[in-house]
Design a protein around this ligand. Structure first.
Ligand code: B3K
Ligand code: ZN
Length: 883
């Protein structure tokens, strides 16, 4: 484990390397405990660099066994090797030279899952961000690009498959039961995109013919026997390749594209050039074992990693501060792909829900940072929802400002100018600027200023003058290191609608820039006047969530109901429902905290049920409308001094009102939607029907207060979506009854051999609300199925408690915080990235009521006091505790 050096890296300190890397040749002799890596690197000194400057290569925990200079053993006084760096002196002034380094690795002992490791007997690698330096000494930074040749030697029987980046050159026997394979990747790439896989796997094969008529071999490798579960991923891959050609004009550039699924992986997947490595959770699916959400995730992540081939690989990042350049942009691309493949409005609603619950929470707490941070201590901690999801929203705003064609022109120019380069956010923005002749200076603040802008809106109508005045004011809250903020450029899509929901068009708009249906808010406060508005017109603003801001609009409940029921923009309808729900839920929480009757709001319930029963609306949308803001959302709304038990109790009371008032409707919906015959299809329409059906089941269980319906649904389910939903309703609503016990047992024994389904079994139990959750999770980590070295399993047990069980995690005695702290200290010894990620679950501790806040702080302090922490955990705990 790399312990913290306290070193802070600053964007302002960036400078290019002293030496240019021309070529990389790697030879791996694979062995479970003693793998030999020989790396031949050809460098030359960059023009203008001081002739005495040494070559400094990065390492991390390396053991070097030999070092050659131009093929001759290097004199020991010319270099200094430590486990973390290799410095070579007295190098030629301007001629190229060759350095050959040999290192020895133990892949079986690599529990960090960074560098070269083994997962279920498969050798695999993970190099982003700084894992390559755990394989060999190297200028391990994204602006060092070179073509790679890779030779892999391994035991033929246990490793029939030897894979790396690029195109296959050839292979042959190598004596003594060994064989070798050679790969060449002609596209210069940074080390973080290197990959190697070796082992014995099954394969699903297909081909794709690119727009210029080249045939590309497609291969998805999975464990033997799981091939049939990879066909959906293959379908998603082919659709992604086609979409990127049609929408972005981007063609694939090697003869082969491979995906390998492994079961031990720190996050979702990795876009290594030509050889994507995936957490098998995002590859494997069939109706019996995967939910509709799993299918949607597979589609999105396959697309995301594939799209990186252009946004990330062909054009990479100059340094890690530019991470959003590839991640934000690629998330935007995968969001658009899924929106085209599914219902755009429903997809947008899901994105915004996720953004609010994760990114807004991050942005309002101690871990807030700009989309492009200016400094970091541990780069692994910056793979955040701010860099990814807010980064995507910033890209979306560029497209909103420029329109579809202007955005396309800017993207084309970006690809044209920077293909084969390591670029910056400035390069990206400048492409849009130059292609469209529009200044993006103020807009660029989105990359540099953290915090969610708060936009206050008010309207006044003057019937005599026939004007509607819209006053807007923006405020960006202070965030760590950024007390004062400049006003930003906030593009707000809008419409004015009349009593029937029809659009009202103004005869003119003054007060600032308006392009089409977009108001450009650029000042701290700004007033737009709409002329020719004779009668009542309701403002629908931030349509489609055009800007990632929080709108404070004291709009009457009547206006909100009008939008909820009649707006032509489905996203706005959902937003209005949410806006109606928020005060109801906040009030309910406050009442519950005082042990007072929760009241509720019959008119709100009425709107909700009207939407739920509206056959003209797609079922997926109705399901979204019925799933109220989460407990975390309500807590954020309340701001400070929150009591998670009261938030839960208040929300439950409102849910019960909806369930009772809608019991007939939910009964009918359930019956109608359950009555589907024909083969299972994971498409969006069928998934939407299942979503609405299972939402109805949840309400039925709540109003009936008996497990009977859910138990029957569990018995009848013929797919994993229905089965896991029924089990969730049983476990969460009736945790102690016999039906739940036997359903959990049946589920466990039926899927005992399927790790991904057992993960669900863990997660469902770990998220049962209430004080009992901690004991349940303690029992789960002592269960025979628990695997402490498997990140998916750790996340499904401990992560589910910490991130997705507000009442269980925040029990008033603080015992769950102590449990998490102890687990983090243990996990940190094996896998610092996983430990640090789990610890971010405590980022909102200051918003808790004082008793819980004190206990959370004590648990965090225990972690902070530990004498040996990884750089990853040290960075998070220090920032979370800092006042
Ligand atoms: N680029 C990887 C993430 C790497 C995370 C390193 N800590 C996957 C992705 O975003 O596509
Ligand atoms: Zn990515």
């Amino acid at each position: 484990m790399r312990t913290d050096t306290g070193q802070v890296i600053h964007l302002a300190d960036y400078r290019p390397t002293d030496f240019v890397l021309e070529r990389v040749d790697l030879t791996f002799e694979l062995d479970p405990v003693e793998t030999k890596v020989e790396s031949r690197l050809i460098f030359h000194r960059r023009e203008g660099v001081d002739h005495s400057a040494p070559l400094v290569l990065d390492g991390d925990g390396l053991t070097m066994t030999s070092l050659l200079f131009d093929q001759i053993e290097m004199e020991t006084d010319r270099y200094t090797a430590t486990s973390d760096s290799l410095t070579i002196r007295d190098l030629p002034a301007d001629s190229p030279f060759e350095v050959t380094v040999t290192t020895l690795l133990n892949p079986s002992a690599n529990t960090q899952l960074m560098g070269l490791y083994r997962s279920n007997g498969i050798y695999c690698t993970q190099c982003e961000a700084e894992g390559f330096r755990r394989i060999t000494y190297f200028p391990d930074r994204p602006d060092v690009l070179a073509p790679y040749t890779i030779n892999i030697i391994a035991d033929k029987e246990s490793c029939p498959l030897l894979l790396s980046n690029g195109n296959f050159l050839g292979g042959a026997g190598y004596g003594e039961g060994k064989h070798f394979a050679a790969w060449f990747d002609p596209h210069p790439k940074p080390s973080y995109l290197f990959a190697l896989v070796a082992g014995d796997l099954g394969v699903v094969e297909d081909t794709f013919t690119t727009m210029s008529g080249r045939e590309v071999a497609l291969k998805i490798y999975v464990e033997h026997g799981k091939e049939s579960r990879a066909t959906y991923a293959m379908d998603a891959l082919k659709r992604s390749m086609k979409w990127d050609e049609e929408v972005f004009g981007r063609e694939y550039d090697l003869d082969i594209f491979m995906v390998v699924a492994v079961s031990d992986f720190n996050f979702g997947a990795m876009e290594n050039k030509g050889l994507n490595i995936f957490n098998d959770k995002y590859v494997l699916a069939d109706p019996a074992t995967a939910t509709d959400q799993d299918y949607a995730n597979i589609e999105a992540i396959i697309a995301h990693e594939y799209f990186h081939n252009w946004t990330g690989n062909r054009i990479t990042c100059r340094d890690w501060f530019q991470l959003c350049l590839k991640e934000g942009l690629t998330v935007f691309r995968d969001h658009e792909f899924s929106a085209d493949a599914r219902s755009r409005a429903v997809k947008r609603i899901a994105e915004v829900r996720h953004l609010r619950s994760e990114q807004f929470t991050e942005d309002s707490g101690p871990l807030a940072h700009p989309v492009r941070p200016a400094s970091y201590r541990e780069i692994n901690n910056f793979y955040t929802t701010t860099v990814y999801e807010k980064g995507s929203e910033v890209t979306r705003m560029i497209s909103t400002i420029l329109g579809r064609d202007g955005f396309k022109k800017g993207m084309d120019l970006y690809f044209e100018r920077h293909d084969g380069e390591a670029a910056t956010v400035e390069d990206f923005v400048k492409s849009f600027q130059d292609a469209n002749g529009r200044d993006f200076k103020q807009f660029s603040l989105w990359y540099n200023q953290a915090g969610t802008p708060q936009v206050t809106v008010s309207t006044t109508h003057d019937a005599r003058a026939k004007t509607l005045t819209v006053s807007l004011e923006q405020m960006i809250p202070a965030t760590p290191g950024q007390p004062n903020k400049e006003p930003m450029h906030i593009p707000l899509r809008f419409a004015l609608i009349d009593e029937d929901g029809s659009d009202v068009t103004a005869s003119g708009i003054t007060g600032g820039e308006v392009t089409g249906d977009v108001l450009h808010l650029t000042e701290r406060s700004q007033t737009f006047v709409f002329a020719g508005i004779a009668s009542r017109a309701v403002l629908s603003i931030n349509r489609g969530f055009s800007a990632p801001v929080t709108i404070h609009f004291d709009q009457s409940a009547d206006d909100k109901r009008l939008i909820a029921l009649h707006d032509s923009d489905l996203f706005s309808r959902w937003q209005a429902i949410t806006d109606l729900a928020r005060p109801v839920l906040a009030h309910a929480a406050t009442q519950a905290a005082k042990n007072e009757d929760v009241g509720g709001d019959a008119r709100f319930v009425d709107v909700l049920l009207q939407i739920a029963g509206d056959e003209t609306l797609e079922p997926a949308f109705r399901a979204q409308a019925l799933s109220l803001p989460s407990e975390a959302d309500i807590a954020r709304e309340l701001g400070s001094d929150t009591d998670p038990d009261a938030v839960h109790a208040g929300r439950e009371a409102i849910l019960k009102q909806i369930a009772d008032a809608g019991s007939d409707l939910f009964g009918k919906l359930y019956t109608a939607l359950a009555d589907v015959t024909g083969p299972f299809s994971p498409d969006a329409e069928n998934a939407g029907r299942r979503a609405l059906k299972n939402t109805a089941l949840g309400f039925i269980a709540l109003s009936d207060a008996t497990p009977a319906h859910a138990a029957e649904a569990f018995a009848k389910a013929d797919n994993m979506t229905d089965l896991s939903q029924a089990l969730t309703v049983l476990a969460h609503r009736f945790p102690d009854c016999e039906e739940t016990k036997s359903a959990l047992e049946a589920f466990e024994s039926r899927f005992a051999d399927n790790a991904l389904v057992i993960d669900k079994w863990f997660a469902i139990q770990a998220t049962i609300p209430g004080d009992g959750a901690l004991d349940r999770v303690k029992a789960l980590v002592a269960n025979k199925h628990y695997i402490a070295n498997n990140p998916n399993r750790v996340r499904s047990a401990i992560g589910s408690l910490a991130f997705s069980n507000p009442t269980g995690f925040n029990r008033a005695d603080g015992a769950a915080y102590d449990f998490l702290a102890a687990q983090i200290l243990e996990i940190d010894k094996r896998n610092p990235q996983l430990a640090a990620r789990l610890l971010t679950s405590m980022r909102s501790w200051r918003q808790l009521e004082p008793v819980r806040a004190e206990k959370a702080k004590a648990a965090l302090s225990t972690i902070a006091r530990a004498d040996k922490l990884s750089a990853d955990v040290r960075d998070i705990v220090d920032r979370v505790l800092k006042s």
